[in-house]
Ligand binder design. Structure first.
Ligand code: SF4
Ligand code: SF4
Length: 693
């Protein structure tokens, strides 16, 4: 490295002044086209509803680093993650390297250092720059090869639209012509330490061995230079008109962080009263972030692969929902934008719910959030569907059993339509205190409508009460003051009904000191837990809510609840566990139920289902699907039943009343004798067995 001070290369070497001028002219044109297209796209996003403020800058920086640059959302898909890292990282390095070349050129033109020569593109910087850029080109080529191979082999999950092939071809051609250019330059200039360019140097060697002279290399270099330049400018110009748009929209989307699963867009009743609008009927009624997310989608189809409704053959494809809305955004909003050929047209667009997203697709969603969890660009298809549901329900567009469930909830405060006077029937003989009878309780047990009115789920509530009693927990229930949380109603689009129910419950909470800093709430329904945590927070409540598996796990680990040894005759009976979407994926409750099952059924063979934890498969009941009259063999969750059947377990443990009902019905329809039980019931069995031992 003794010659480092003299180490550099000429920029725009072998390129005439006229050619440079033409290149700069073309570059300005392409950048202007790009800027105009990007500005039009950003203006389009800004037509959406404003959202609450940006996250703190530090969070944005962390999101960009982790989610965009390191592509963390592709983790777990080893080869795809590596290919994304190589392609995106390599592309960013090449872009940075080219920009630095431009900066050097302009600096050198504006300010010639003493003795002439480069400003910073020399010495140690150059010795690092050259191999890094060569590596970046290889990374891009490797990424292109992976995606070309995948598109060729799996056209169904990645539609090989001609535009996609064009982008891949351009990226690969730019890298290849870059290397050819480098080899020709080394041969022509006799660059010092040519092996720093570890790809270009062997090419230069090969050209020389093939008899190419320095003069011939100079001519070939000029031709290759123009081909390389035109390809690179073409790629830049193509950015906003191809899937490369996701590099801009997706990066901005990821800067906002991952989707908050289970969280719906808040609705302000004041705004509804002022505008008379609830939900989305026109594309501009989506939020700005949602419109940007439509452009972020790369149509990869991972959401379709994860969607339980799609898996069961129902007419729902989250990818098509997103792509359909994006096409409608382009067709209606962009067409009316200033400067667009369609400016001033009066096209009001198609019905979003009904035409763009068909009614069967709209109502097939279980709100399981699997699509949002797997989306590499943090797009949330379920958010779009729920906004459309809100508008549909507001326009009285829901019929049949789900509409009846909403009417019953409105009339009686629960989807069963049963009287509030019967709300404590589940506790017969248990002497469960109400909050009026035990105002000094340490926590409130939120029973939920299913345990109040469904005979099978009542047993879960009774087991939980026995367990709390055994642990000496001082608890109470709201009794017939408890109303449905409104969770199903909200996810079926009936925001007004939800807000009315939540308002009544919050009034009871306030009256009895339930909330953060006050009494804690335990619930055995993950849907109730999520609603109380996230939906009620949007109503201004700060509640301390815990799922019964988390609570029981705390009791067990703190020693307040003692469960000894195996469960007698059932000790060796094989067991499996189904993770409910709203507990595992939305709430992150994965380990607690398993710890409880281990404690309760020590020695029993435990089989994990193929899809488990956050990657669980939906039972088909969420999002109000519980209230749709549908045969088990047609429901979302059908394939999950096949997995449970294949596990061959004696007992299927669950920790959600909806899952318990769906799995019991589904397995019975398949003549499978697996016993479906809540984790609390299994723990209670053990407790009873201990006390009689
Ligand atoms: S929404 Fe996300 S997962 Fe679905 S196709 Fe688009 S980018 Fe892929
Ligand atoms: S939330 Fe679940 S059911 Fe709904 S579109 Fe997404 S994956 Fe499909």
């Amino acid at each position: 490295m003794a010659s480092l001070p003299g180490l550099s290369r000429e920029i725009f070497g072998n390129v005439s002044a006229e050619a440079r001028l033409l290149f700069y002219g073309l570059s300005c044109l392409v950048v202007a086209v790009l800027a105009q297209a990007v500005i039009r796209r950003v203006r389009l996003w800004l037509r959406g509803r404003p959202e609450s403020g940006l996250p703190p800058w530090r969070t944005i920086g962390r999101n960009l680093w982790r989610l965009a640059l390191l592509q963390r959302r592709n983790r777990g898909r080893t080869s795809a993650h590596a290919a994304h890292l190589l392609l995106f990282g390599g592309f960013c390095l090449l872009l940075l390297g080219t920009t630095l070349i431009g900066v050097e050129h302009w600096l050198a033109a504006l300010w010639t250092p003493a003795g002439g020569g480069p400003v910073f593109h020399k010495g140690l910087y150059y010795a690092i720059y050259e191999p890094v850029l060569d590596f970046a080109g290889l990374a891009v080529l490797a990424g292109c090869a992976f995606f070309a191979h995948r598109r060729w082999r799996q056209p169904r999950t990645s539609p090989n639209a001609p535009g996609d092939w064009l982008v891949l071809g351009l990226l690969a051609s730019i890298s290849v012509t870059g290397y050819l250019l480098e080899g020709l330059r080394i041969l022509r200039e006799q660059t010092p330490l040519p092996w720093l360019s570890f790809v270009g140097a062997p090419l230069a060697h090969g050209f020389a061995a093939a008899g190419l002279t320095a003069a011939g290399a100079a001519t070939a270099h000029q031709i290759a230079w123009w081909i390389h330049a035109v390809l690179a400018l073409g790629l830049i110009g193509l950015f906003p008109y191809s899937r490369l748009l996701h590099a801009i929209a997706g990066t901005l989307r990821l800067a906002g962080g991952p989707v908050r699963l289970g969280n719906l867009r808040p609705v302000s009743i004041e705004e509804v009263e002022a505008t008379g609008e609830l939900g989305v009927t026109r594309i501009e009624q989506f939020s700005r972030g949602q419109l940007m997310a439509l452009d972020a989608c790369v149509a990869c189809g991972r959401c379709d692969q994860a969607c339980p409704a799609h898996e069961a053959g129902q007419p729902l494809s989250p990818r098509e929902v997103v792509l359909g809305l994006r096409a409608e955004m382009d067709r209606t909003v962009l067409a009316r934008s200033p400067g667009h050929p369609g400016e001033g047209t009066s096209d009001e667009g198609r019905d979003l719910a009904g035409e763009v997203v068909g009614s069967p697709a709209l109502w097939a969603c279980t709100t399981c959030s699997a699509c949002a969890e797997v989306c590499p660009l943090a797009v949330n298809p379920v958010g779009f569907l729920l906004d459309l549901r809100r508008a549909t329900v507001t326009a009285s567009g829901l019929r049949g059993t789900p509409a009846q469930a909403l009417q019953k909830t409105l009339r009686a405060g629960n989807p069963w339509g049963m009287s509030s006077g019967e709300r404590m029937a589940w506790a017969a003989g248990l002497e469960v205190p109400t909050i009026e009878e035990n105002p000094d309780c340490e926590l409130v047990y939120w029973v939920g409508c299913a345990a109040a009115y469904d005979r099978r789920i009542q047993k879960v509530a009774r087991s939980l009460v026995r367990l709390m009693r055994a642990a000496g927990v001082n608890f109470a229930v709201l009794g017939n003051r408890e109303q449905c949380t409104g969770e199903s109603a909200r996810r079926m689009g009936d925001e007004l009904l939800f807000q009315e129910l939540a308002g009544r419950n919050l009034e009871s909470f306030r009256k009895h000191g339930i909330g953060a800093g006050g009494k804690r709430i335990v619930a055995h329904c993950p849907h109730c837990v999520n609603s109380l945590r996230q939906d009620y927070a949007q109503m201004g409540a700060r509640l301390d809510v815990v799922h019964h598996t988390e609570f029981l796990d705390d009791l067990l680990t703190s020693g307040r609840l003692a469960v000894k040894g195996p469960d007698g005759g059932n000790a060796a009976a094989p067991l499996t566990y189904h993770d409910p979407c709203y507990l595992a994926r939305v709430g992150g409750g994965v380990d607690e139920p398993r710890r409880l099952l281990r404690a309760a059924r020590q020695g029993a063979p435990f089989t994990e289902l193929p899809r488990k934890g956050r990657n669980t498969a939906c039972c088909g009941a969420g999002g109000g699907r519980m209230w749709f009259d549908e045969a088990p063999e047609r429901r979302a969750g059908r394939e999950r039943l096949a997995e449970i059947e294949a596990a061959g377990a004696d007992t299927l443990a669950v920790s959600c009343p909806f899952c318990l009902v769906m799995m019991t019905e589904g397995l019975a329809a398949r003549d499978v004798t697996t016993n479906v039980r809540d984790v609390a019931e299994i723990l209670d069995d053990q407790l009873q067995s201990d006390s009689t031992a």
